[in-house]
Design a protein around this ligand. Structure first.
Ligand code: HEC
Length: 113
């Protein structure tokens, strides 16, 4: 009987963790609205008009949120992007990441010199 309780507690814990994770993933619909300003540079086209602009369509959710956080804190330096994230809340970043990560597209990450 003890074992049944143990399993029940463990399942609840796993369920709790997966729920918390789901909440953090953000709302892609809201993300799509926010992303309209980003698309000027981060288009889904196979060929970017500027090779310095990475494509974000299909990028990992966690990578997107982390990059945006890093631009905000200055850990990752880029004048263009630092300006873009100035007014984004954590929720905005998660929503943006939720939308971009769900899009089909060929990733393009510029080569760092
Ligand atoms: C004026 C052009 C421009 C706009 C608008 C813009 N970005 Fe960027 N973005 C860049 C450039 C240039 C880089 C590459 C910077 C670097 O080398 O770190 C970049 C990098 C990124 C990265 C890191 C990608 C990677 O592969 O490492 C993310 C994430 C990102 N942008 C998200 C966004 C979001 C979300 C928006 C809209 C809120 C946005 N950007 C708007 C120009 C832009």
């Amino acid at each position: 009987m003890k074992r049944v309780y143990f399993l029940a507690v463990v399942s609840l814990m796993i369920f709790g963790i997966s729920q918390a994770h789901a909440i953090q993933r953000g709302d892609p619909q809201r993300g799509e609205e926010l992303a309209q300003t980003c698309l000027a540079c981060h288009s889904a086209d196979a060929v970017n008009s500027n090779p310095e602009w990475p494509r974000l369509h299909g990028q990992y959710h966690e990578y997107l949120v982390k990059s945006l956080q890093d631009y905000k804190t200055g850990r990752r330096e880029n004048a263009l992007m630092q300006q873009q994230v100035q007014d984004l809340s954590l929720r905005d970043k998660r929503d943006l990441a939720a939308w971009f990560s769900q899009q089909e597209g060929e990733l393009y990450v510029p080569r760092r010199r």
